[in-house]
Write a protein that binds this ligand. Structure first.
Ligand code: PMV
Length: 337
């Protein structure tokens, strides 16, 4: 096969990867748990070129036209391709076309979906058919650890459950906890910032241990991970929600108290958080979480999604509302070029 195309979804972390034991290799300090999304996806088309040909990285527009990707993005993609070639024993050059259907670099895990799609498309174009666990490891070679979770649908943990106490923990793949059909949770995303964030999550990981609250959060995590795992197993949003909110606040508290500090929130973020509390006072079970960005993900049951989406759209500072939910993972996609 000379060309392969894959669509891989973003994921929203319920328990966040924040802080790395080895940033280059994306080895996390702590386990993380996420829900894979259905609609927020990155498409990647990869064409194999002759051995030794320099890689090309293109952004694909809706009409099929290609424009050169920005220098910094091209560098990251080439770095991932180098790591994949090394791991898979290939010397091919690659032409890569990529497209996101949601705002990139705004805390919506565009690197997770983008690099998961890239890793899977490269294995396909090389005629390989690795097991999902290996795809998870290949996606993580991008340096975006959360990409390890985006190769699975449904609810996903990384590293493996029960780990956390040996040196090699965290170097393994992500593992599925439950498929999408297990629980049709929705993620209503309030976009309050559509541009790129000022500080990348890579830089956030680097600074995280400098926060005086970093170790405090780690001490609370085993209990929080247990709560989140069992709330997912028993489809109990009332049990999941408070842990979800505490976890997001802890991440941002650590970011804001890192040296130097990282502020991802804007006034729209706090307005949405207040609106979610109001929804709960009115009896709607909706809970907020944010990754490394200003945008707010509101997790709720499918029956409450229309009410939540309407309420968020009315909040000052909200630019748009994306209605997403749990999805079943990567799939083959039409060629972008
Ligand atoms: O995978 P990275 O390096 O982009 O880091 C992801 C960081 C968070 O999105 C904030 C948390 C997570 O686990 O997805």
């Amino acid at each position: 096969m000379s060309k392969a195309s894959v669509a891989a979804p973003a994921n929203i972390a319920f328990v966040k990867y924040w802080g790395a034991r080895d940033l280059e290799r994306a080895i996390p300090v702590n386990p993380s748990i996420s829900m894979t999304l259905a609609r927020c996806v990155s498409h990647s088309t990869v064409e194999a070129l002759a051995e030794g040909t320099p890689d090309e990285v293109w952004l694909a527009a809706e009409d099929g036209s290609l424009s050169p990707a920005a220098e910094s993005f091209t560098r990251r993609v080439r770095g991932h391709l180098d790591a994949l070639r090394h791991e898979l024993g290939s010397h091919a050059g690659f032409r890569v076309g990529t497209r996101n259907n949601f705002p990139a670099a705004a805390g919506l895990a565009s690197s997770a979906s983008g690099f998961a799609a890239l890793a899977i498309a490269v294995t396909k174009v090389l005629g390989l058919n690795p097991a999902p666990a290996e795809l998870s490891l290949l996606a993580r070679l991008s340096g975006s650890g959360s990409a390890a979770r985006s190769v699975f649908g449904g609810y996903v943990e990384w590293p493996t459950p029960g780990s956390g106490d040996t040196e090699s923990d965290g170097e393994g793949p992500a593992v599925p906890l439950a498929p999408a059909e297990h629980w049709h949770l929705r993620d209503v995303i309030a976009i309050v910032e559509a541009g790129a964030k000022e500080v990348s999550s890579l830089e956030g990981h680097r600074r995280a241990p400098s926060s005086p609250y970093f170790e405090k959060r780690l001490a609370q995590l085993p209990a929080r991970l247990d709560t989140v795992r069992s709330a997912i197993a028993s489809r109990d949003l009332a049990a999941l929600g408070p842990g979800l909110e505490e976890e997001a606040i802890d991440l941002h508290l650590i970011a804001m108290s890192s040296r130097p500090p990282v502020f991802y929130w804007n006034p729209g973020t706090t307005a949405v958080l207040a609106a979610v509390r109001d929804l709960r006072h009115e009896g709607t079970a909706a809970f907020s979480t944010m990754d490394a960005g200003a945008n707010v993900h509101v997790i709720c049951e499918a029956a409450d999604e229309p009410r939540v989406a309407e309420a968020l759209a009315r909040v000052p500072g909200v630019l748009s509302v994306l209605r997403d939910g749990v999805g079943s993972g990567p799939a083959t996609a039409p060629d972008l070029f």
